[in-house]
Design a protein around this ligand. Structure first.
Ligand SMILES: O=C(O)CCC(=O)C(=O)O
Length: 284
């Protein structure tokens, strides 16, 4: 088993504050060099199988491989990377689930994203400006990007704007002054609240931008096709790992799914219970 509750540390307070205030976290070197090399290798193999290089060169379109989890076991390992789990548990909660996974190849060209958008703008039933723990995305990088290679950029703090509030007009935004642009190295990741205004910048470099993008939310949110490998043997062991791939505990209501039982006691409560047991043991 990869994860057990006692092995999972909290993330630093400063990172919790940064996620709450800015809406994103840059996570340098989340992947170690061996894993980074495995991911790069598996990504290149998947692209060879799924992307016709001639068509790609002609159309310069964006390519997404939506069933990436079926291409190599390393992509499932990445979804539940032990270093990532504390971030998922802190930013979403114990009922975290993978909702979507894809590999993306963005050739040189204009950006394909809407300028400064929230992914959640059409999501009903949620007070977006106050729901900081609803939906996050993680972009994984397995090669260094140049600043002009279609990097991800954010307008910090804009996840706090309600849906109804007018967002800044792209024309009024000077990316170099107003935005935080992440220029990642191989092994880095970026985790963000998808209601934080963000965009992919133009790729004016001569190189493709190659990334993996995984979205996570709660166990009760519907998974997209491809958010679980078809071969369940590829799902890493452990209750949290299985839950992340949408395989909860049988007999537990969807809303009550937790990896370590329906109501995992807080660390304070666990300490209290241990103390109580010791004291009672001495009294008997
Ligand atoms: O950089 C990208 O591939 C897309 C960025 C984006 O808009 C997203 O992940 O929601």
């Amino acid at each position: 088993m990869i994860s057990s509750q006692k092995d999972i540390q909290s993330i630093r307070k400063s990172q919790q504050i940064q996620f709450a205030n800015q809406g994103f976290l840059y996570l340098p070197q989340l992947l170690d060099p061996t894993l980074t090399a495995r991911v790069l290798h598996a990504y290149e193999r998947a692209c060879k199988q799924h992307i016709d290089p001639v068509r790609a060169a002609q159309s310069r379109a964006l390519y997404d491989i939506a069933n990436i989890l079926d291409q190599d076991i390393v992509f499932s390992e990445l979804a539940v990377l032990p270093n990532l789990l504390p971030y998922l548990l802190t930013t979403l909660g114990e009922d975290v689930q993978l909702i979507q996974a894809c590999a993306r190849l963005f050739p040189p060209g204009k950006t394909f994203t809407a300028p400064w958008h929230s992914d959640m703008a059409n999501t009903l039933g949620i007070d977006l400006g106050h729901s900081f723990n609803f939906h996050v995305k993680v972009h994984f990088y397995f090669e260094d990007l140049a600043p002009d290679q279609g990097c991800l950029a954010f307008l910090p703090g804009t996840h706090r704007l309600p849906r109804e509030v007018e967002r800044p007009h792209p024309r009024d935004i000077n990316a170099t002054e107003d935005a935080v642009i992440i220029v990642p190295k191989a092994g880095d990741a970026v985790l963000f609240n998808t209601h934080c205004l963000h965009m992919c910048l133009d790729n004016t470099s001569p190189c493709d931008r190659r990334t993996l993008i995984y979205a996570y939310s709660h166990f009760w949110v519907k998974q997209f096709a491809g958010a679980r490998p078809s071969d369940h043997a590829w799902i890493p062991h452990g209750p949290l790992e299985r839950q992340i791939f949408g395989l909860g505990t049988e007999g537990i209501e969807t809303f009550d799914q937790r990896p370590w039982g329906p109501s995992s006691p807080s660390p304070l409560r666990r300490t209290g219970e241990t103390l109580a047991r010791r004291i009672l043991g001495k009294l008997q």
